[in-house]
Design a protein around this ligand. Structure first.
Ligand SMILES: Nc1nc2c(ncn2[C@@H]2O[C@H](COP(=O)(O)OP(=O)(O)O)[C@@H](O)[C@H]2O)c(=O)[nH]1
Ligand SMILES: [Mg+2]
Length: 242
């Protein structure tokens, strides 16, 4: 194990992949690895991207990754997929969208299944993020589709939470109820090319006014990820929020 960590610190992508598999699958080894990595972590900016399936999280991450690579930043992506890894439909979709980045040595992409139980996300995605942090990654995106408590529980170690919504909040109201409003630092109305994006942004701003007054006011912006619109503004806000 020590050898694997040495290799990771020297920049071995293979060691990173193996360590992530271990923290993902071997409960008894996870805590030890996280502890051993601790002195080498704390540098990366960990960004949670959460929102309903199909809202455009992966497309946004792909766009953000492109901009970060242009700035020579190392990027990590951990996609926590709600679908079964066996059927893996969404997984494949994510992979295809991220294809541009797959061969790039400065980008590390990993999909993992959701684990049930207390701590959900924090059990596997956050230790995986620690591995990527020690690996020297500058920005780590954790993509989660969901409304569950595990999403709200994740806030702690994640520096910035981006909530992705789409015009007409119908499907997203459940997320609001599940406490997503309270944890978001940045709210994105994606699919800004569709009708009513600006109206939805205003509606959301009204809802955010209801948050406790002591809290820093979250940013709201409209993007059209599939057209590459608003991604640069989103990145600027993410960088500023940290
Ligand atoms: N019209 C429109 N479609 C988009 C936009 N961004 C993403 N999509 C599409 O929405 C679908 C879901 O996107 P994806 O990134 O996989 O969503 P995820 O499930 O949240 O990761 C895909 O077909 C995308 O091409 C956008 O800004 N406008
Ligand atoms: Mg996705």
């Amino acid at each position: 194990m020590q050898k694997l960590i040495q290799e990771l610190l020297k920049g071995s992508k293979n060691a990173a992949a193996r360590l992530i598999s271990i923290v993902e699958n071997e409960n008894d080894k996870r805590a030890g690895i996280v502890k051993a990595l601790k002195p080498h972590t704390g540098r990366a900016h960990i960004v949670g991207i959460t929102g309903a399936p199909g809202s455009g999280k992966s497309t946004l991450i792909s766009g953000l990754t492109g901009l970060l690579r242009a700035k020579k930043k190392k990027v990590g992506v951990i996609a926590v997929d709600p679908t079964s890894p066996v059927t893996g439909g969404a997984l494949l979709g994510d992979r295809i969208r991220m294809l541009d980045h797959f061969l790039d040595t400065g980008v590390f992409i990993r999909s993992m299944a959701v684990r049930e139980g207390a701590g959900g996300l924090s059990k596997t995605a956050l230790p995986a993020a620690a591995v990527l942090d020690a690996f020297g990654t500058d920005v780590i995106f954790i993509e989660t589709a969901g409304v569950g408590q595990s999403e709200t529980a994740v806030k702690g170690p994640v520096h910035t939470v981006v909530v992705v919504l789409t015009p007409n909040l119908g499907d997203d109201v459940q997320m609001m109820k599940a406490g997503i409003m309270e944890i978001g630092d940045v709210f994105v109305i994606n699919k800004g090319d569709l009708k009513n994006a600006a109206g939805t942004a205003r509606e959301l701003e009204q809802m955010l006014l209801l948050l406790p007054s002591g809290r820093k006011k979250p940013s709201v912006l409209v993007t059209a990820a599939s057209e590459g619109k608003g991604i640069d503004s989103l990145l600027a806000i993410i960088e500023k929020v940290r």
